[in-house]
Design a protein around this ligand. Sequence first.
Ligand SMILES: Cc1ncc(Cc2csc(CCOP(=O)(O)OP(=O)(O)O)c2C)c(N)n1
Ligand SMILES: [Mg+2]
Length: 548
Amino acid sequence: MSHPTLAQRLVDALLARGAREIFGIPGDFALPLFREIERDGRLPILTLAHEPGVGFAADATARVRGALGVAAVTYGAGALNLVNAVAGAYAERVPLVVLSGAPAAHEAVSGLLLHHQVKQLDSQWRLYEEITADRARLDDLERAPQAIARVLDTALARSRPVYLEIPRDLPGQPCAAVPAPAIRTWDAERVAAAADELLARLRAARDPLLVVGVEVRRYGLEAKVAELARRLGLPVITSFMGRGLLAEAGIPLAGTYLGLAGDPELSHRVEHSDALLLLGVIVSDTNFAVSAKRIDFRHALVAYDDEVRVGHHVYPELPLAALVDALLQRCPPQARPAVAAPPAPPAYPQGLAEDDEPVAPDDIARAINDLFARHGPMPIASDVGDCLFTAMALRPSALLAPGYYATMGYGVPAGLGLQQASGQRPLILVGDGAFQMTGWEIGHAARLGLDPIVLVFNNSGWEMLRSFLPEGGFHDLGRWDFASMAGGMGGDGHAVKTRAELAAALRKALATRGRFQLIDIRLAPGARSQTLQRFVAAVKRLSMPEPA
Ligand SMILES: Cc1ncc(Cc2csc(CCOP(=O)(O)OP(=O)(O)O)c2C)c(N)n1
Ligand SMILES: [Mg+2]
């Protein structure tokens, strides 16, 4: 029996921390790593066309499972192509592992400039420091096991991307075992003090509210947080980024806070609550910028990024999971303090008129809500653009979207990763502009055994940008016929203009398995969702100084 190799030990460690596949594109600096991983056979390598897609797909698998997602690339051109997806994973708290091939030690000292090299041989190493929570160069086989364990455990503990650089002469070399996943520890007394203070504030409040954000999913806490909301009798609101959270937790959601762009009653309650508990919420402009009344976060109760703030009290190094457990321990099931009735759940638009009227974005929301009402919710991957604003009008369902980092190109690759990780057929919402970036990854769906339903909001331009700055011819993209391209990529295309055609295409797509379905929705130029229109009006209102 030959001694286990560095690659096999790396696969052991990734499997032990929840990875179940690797998305990747090799290059000569990564071929030995790919060969050793394929020989090992426990982590399938799923290849795509372009590294941004690799990163977004791996990101989606991490979000779905609440475990490590893995992207493997070559040194230089590959790893630098991946940067934007990794940056998005950092901003949105995703435990994405980057495996990059690298020159062998003897090449590094050859005195030659190496192909794919940028400024210095370690330029890539330095670039990745800024977009990862930890990194290691596995160039010393004695120290590699500890380094791998430290870096992968950091990815999970901080729910952030990490980077491992593997010189191409080492993947097949014998290597000792990697330590098992570390068990997180924390200061129990500190957790108790934070939980006691939080509960005292909530129980003394006139209108306590719970807002849930991305960390609740990243740390697998949706069920516990739903139970906590039940026991505390707290209305549950999601942040813009947290849309889709607790959708399957069997708890009435009061809606999504969108400030001036959202439900006025809900926004008013959030902005005037005297005990706003933010669990795992990124306090960002996309979540809170369009507030009519600036929320004073100094008086909010904020638990985010391993820190709990109660007014001016700060409790550091305090994992969200530990806090939630401590709160549950202090609120036995029978305790249910009386609090004001939760806001009425939002009414989701449905009942699409199947007529010859041209499709508008809100008709797409109606059609999807009708579909969910008939067949149950489907998981959704959404790109950036009006499709994401339209998604705010959908009935609750699992939603993957770059709501904070807001990069285009996420939707289609993430939909592939979503179906790969969940086994559930997803809907993918994507604009024509974003589809032009990474939508072509859909051509790999058949080979990977995936069959998403893709809804292209084809409005012939960058409509979201145009809504912010109408003048300028640089928003126009021309009308692309995506429907006719689907067949050549192994799927079925449906070009629709009217609401009746949209409803029929959705029914046909739902009934067709084994081939991706692309519904090319020819929107009238300038057609926008109500949510986007309200968002733009809110931004304009807030950016205009109040008249004297
Ligand atoms: C990688 C990247 N480059 C540019 C931009 C900036 C942007 C934000 S929204 C947008 C237009 C999106 O057009 P699309 O047709 O997809 O959707 P729609 O607005 O509904 O028509 C751009 C160019 C971002 N966010 N990410
Ligand atoms: Mg567009």
